[in-house]
Design a protein around this ligand. Structure first.
Ligand code: FAD
Length: 392
């Protein structure tokens, strides 16, 4: 019986980095992806410069679509915006990428390191059998059974592996819908735009991410009602931006926003990326976190295989190392999100008068939320609603 050292399920950012790290550590790895083309799930395609550096990929024109230097956040009344600075100590440098091309590039690198990749191969079941994992794969209507010492579930928000082996009952999702539109009349194509409010994006936000030459990813995430309804409504009401726009593509998908699962390893098993809830909850950004998680999971799995020690206890180092980098950010971002979901439109309008762009970055990404809380203490209503809650 052929026994693979490792099988990685899913060729998104998490799976591609996990597979690459296994191969770089001279461990045999089979990567299984259900689709024939990578990056079919809709995505707003924003990633920070740091994210690309962590992906260990040359920042090159083949997948970079636009450079981003800042953002504007609009409160419900849209009377003003909070600008996230384009320069200075707290500036944010990022990119809009062509995600399918980016993933293809990551796949090429992984294959060049020795990863065996099978596209169009859907994993339909995984079972534990003695000390191995059995993986059942459907390709061209045929079902094949494969055996591996370890399986890494990098299969995204609907992960079969998470559902079967881990406690997924507390996972919460936000529903997203996005158009890629042409001929958008955007003043500054190097700035991201976010819109908040109960009539625009209940318990979520709406985004306009420019791709250059008038093309933009325009989408919304909501936790009440239909995202498409809110997006169509916004586009109709913002004819100054969209009156000549045509739909180039569209699609919807959920994002996990309830934070990292408490347990993400088991004997002969790891889950990684969105499958493990490793997304910044407030922003729904999961490309960078998944890249980092994939790298750590791949390296820890390789070590475990070499030591022939594939117990949960040996694999748990992966979670500890991921938590050192993103654990606190995910926790604090979730906390800030929970507080913000209780705010009224009026509160959000007030906040736009008080907070700076830097404060918003800190809150959304779970960075320096204590500093933001102290600032809000000077405001009578927001002190009780937000500042106290942030500090407890
Ligand atoms: C509308 C929208 C916009 C977003 N915008 C951004 C953004 O701008 N920036 C950002 O950082 N994040 C964004 N995200 C979140 C981001 O897309 C994900 O968090 C990130 O892609 C997670 O990476 P992953 O590798 O864990 O999972 P995924 O990217 O979901 O990859 C999982 C892979 O597994 C494959 N797969 C699933 N099941 C199986 C199976 N049974 N067998 C074989 N293969 C399988 C899938 O086909 C897929 O290729 C957005 C999400 C949505 C829905």
């Amino acid at each position: 019986m052929k026994v693979y050292d490792s099988i990685v399920v899913g060729a998104g950012p998490a799976g591609l980095l996990a597979a690459r790290k296994l191969a770089e550590n001279n461990v045999e790895v089979l990567l299984l992806e259900k689709d024939f083309e990578l990056g079919k799930k809709p995505c707003a395609e924003a990633i920070s410069e740091r994210g690309l550096i962590d992906a260990e990929i040359p920042i090159e024109s083949s997948f970079i679509v636009n450079e981003i230097f800042g953002a504007k956040v609009y409160p419900p009344n849209e009377e003003r915006f909070v600008e996230i600075s384009r320069s200075g100590e707290h500036s944010w440098k990022g990119y809009i990428i062509d995600k399918p091309k980016f993933l293809k590039k990551l796949l090429d690198i992984a294959v060049s390191k020795g990863v065996e990749a099978k596209l169009g191969s859907k994993v339909i079941d995984v079972k534990r059998e003695n000390k191995f994992m059995k993986v059942f794969v459907k390709k061209n209507e045929k079902i094949e059974s494969l055996t591996a010492k370890i399986v890494l579930g990098c299969d995204g928000y609907a992960s079969l592996i998470t559902k079967k082996f881990f406690n997924s009952t507390k996972i919460e999702y936000i529903s997203c819908f996005q158009y890629t539109l042409s001929k958008c009349n955007i003043e500054d194509e190097h700035t991201l735009m976010f819109y908040l409010g109960s009539l625009i994006a209940p318990l979520g936000y709406l985004w306009i991410f420019p791709k250059g030459n008038g093309v933009a990813n325009v989408g919304v995430g909501v936790r009440k009602g239909s995202p498409k309804f809110y997006l169509d409504n916004f586009i109709q009401k913002h004819s100054s931006i969209f009156k000549d726009s045509k739909i180039l593509s569209f699609g919807g998908a959920p994002v996990i926003i309830s934070g990292q699962l408490p347990k993400i390893t088991d004997d002969n098993l790891m889950i990684c990326g969105e499958a493990a809830g490793q997304v910044i909850p407030f922003t729904g950004a999961g490309i960078h976190t998944s890249i980092v998680a994939g790298k750590i999971a791949g390296a820890v799995a390789a070590e475990a295989i070499k030591n022939n020690e594939l117990t949960e206890k040996a694999l748990i180092t992966y979670k500890r190392r991921f938590d050192e980098i993103f654990g606190k950010n995910i926790e604090k971002s979730l906390k800030a999100m929970r507080i913000f979901e209780k705010l009224s439109d009026e509160d959000l309008n007030k906040l736009a008068e008080i907070l700076s762009g830097e404060d918003i970055i800190d809150l959304a990404n779970g960075l320096n939320i204590e500093k933001v809380a102290k600032k809000l203490f000077s405001h009578p209503i927001l002190a009780v609603k937000i500042a106290k809650a942030l500090l407890t």
